[in-house]
Design a protein around this ligand. Structure first.
Ligand code: HEC
Ligand code: HEC
Length: 255
C-alpha cells in the first residue's frame, strides 16, 4: 500500500514539474521587448517626432502657416485680414516696410508684433524669411505694369472735403452714399470698424484692393479712371475724419 502511494506521489510530482519549470513563460514577451527593443524603447520619440525648437524653424511655409495663416488666410489668400498674396499689394509695399510691419506689428490694430525685441517669438532671421518668402512666392513683376502706382505712404495729409466728393465718384456705387452700406456691403463708416483699422490699412485697401473680398484696386473703382495719388489721399482723409473720438461709447467724455 505504502509502495503504491509513494509511486502515485512521484508520478504526480513528475507531472507537476514541467509546469513549474515553464512558470516564467508569461514573462517571455516582456523579456523579448527588453532585448529586441534596445534601440526603440516604446514611447521614445523618433527624431522626426521630436518637436523642432520654435527658433530653429526656417521653412517659409511652416513659419507662415504657424504665425500668419490664421488671419491672412491659407497661402496668403486672405481671411479676416488682407490677402498678402496680392501682387498689387506686393508692388506697393517695399521690403523694409514688410519686415518692419512683421517685426513691430501695427500698434492699435489686430496685427501683432512678431520680433523678439518687440515681445514676439520670431528671430530677425525668421522675420527676414517671412518677408522674403511672401515676396518671392506671391509677387508678380507685371502686376502694375504701365500704370502710375500711388506711393505706399501718404506724403501729405489729404483734404477730407475733397475726399467726400471723391468718395461719391469712386466708392459710393458699391458702398452707398457716405459709405453707410447697401443691402450687400456693410457700413465702412461704422465707428467700431474705423477704430480697429489703421490709417495705412484704409490707404492700402483703396490702392491694392481686397481681391479676396471682391474689392477693386485703385484702377478699377471706376473702370478706366484710376484714382490719382491726391484723390487716394483725400478719400482716405475723409474716411479717417469719420472715426469717432470715443469709439463704442455713446457718450462723449464731457457731460
Ligand atoms: C491676429 C491676426 C493677425 C495675425 C496673426 C497676423 N496679422 Fe498681419 N495684419 C492683421 C491685421 C488686422 C492687419 C491690418 C492692420 C492695420 O489696421 O493696419 C495686418 C497687417 C499686416 C501687414 C501690413 C498691411 C499693410 O497695410 O501694409 C502685413 C505685411 C502683415 N500683416 C503681415 C503678416 C505676417 C507676415 C504675419 C505672420 C508673421 C501676420 N501678418 C500675422 C492681422 C494679423
Ligand atoms: C466694385 C465695388 C467696390 C468699389 C467701387 C469700392 N469698394 Fe470698397 N469694398 C468692396 C467690397 C465687396 C468690400 C468687402 C466688403 C465685405 O467684406 O463685407 C469692400 C470693403 C472696403 C473696406 C473695408 C476693408 C476691410 O478692411 O474690411 C474699405 C475701407 C473700403 N472698401 C473702402 C473703399 C473706398 C474708399 C472706395 C473708393 C475709393 C471703395 N472701397 C470702392 C467693394 C467696392
Amino acid at each position: 500500500m505504502r509502495v503504491l502511494r509513494s509511486l502515485l506521489r512521484s508520478r504526480s510530482e513528475a507531472r507537476a514539474r514541467p509546469v513549474r519549470c515553464f512558470g516564467w513563460l508569461p514573462l517571455l514577451p516582456v523579456l523579448m521587448l527588453g532585448t529586441v527593443g534596445c534601440d526603440r524603447i516604446p514611447g521614445k520619440p523618433t527624431p522626426a517626432e521630436v518637436p523642432v525648437e520654435p527658433r530653429s524653424v526656417t521653412n517659409f511655409a511652416a513659419l507662415y502657416g504657424q504665425n500668419c495663416a490664421g488671419c491672412h488666410g491659407t497661402d496668403g489668400r486672405g481671411n479676416t485680414a488682407l490677402a498678402l498674396a496680392n501682387p498689387v499689394y506686393l508692388a506697393l509695399v517695399d521690403d523694409a516696410t514688410l519686415r518692419r510691419v512683421i517685426a513691430q506689428g501695427v500698434p492699435g490694430s489686430l496685427m501683432p508684433a512678431f520680433a523678439r525685441g518687440a515681445g514676439g517669438f520670431l528671430t530677425d532671421a525668421q522675420v527676414g524669411i517671412l518677408a522674403g518668402g511672401i515676396r518671392s512666392g506671391w509677387a508678380r513683376p507685371d502686376a502694375v505694369a504701365g500704370t502710375r502706382l500711388p506711393p505706399y505712404a501718404a506724403s501729405a495729409p489729404g483734404d477730407a472735403r475733397r475726399g467726400q466728393e471723391g468718395f461719391t465718384q469712386f466708392c459710393a456705387r458699391c458702398h452707398g452714399a457716405e459709405g453707410r452700406g447697401t443691402g450687400t456691403i456693410g457700413s465702412i463708416v461704422d465707428g467700431s470698424f474705423l477704430a480697429l483699422v489703421s490709417d495705412q490699412s484704409l490707404r492700402t485697401t483703396v490702392i491694392a484692393g481686397r481681391p479676396d473680398r471682391g474689392h477693386p484696386d485703385w484702377r478699377q473703382c471706376v473702370p478706366g479712371t484710376a484714382l490719382s495719388s491726391s484723390q487716394v489721399g483725400d478719400v482716405v482723409a475723409w474716411l479717417i475724419a469719420q472715426r469717432p473720438a470715443t469709439p463704442g461709447q455713446p457718450y462723449s467724455r464731457k457731460p
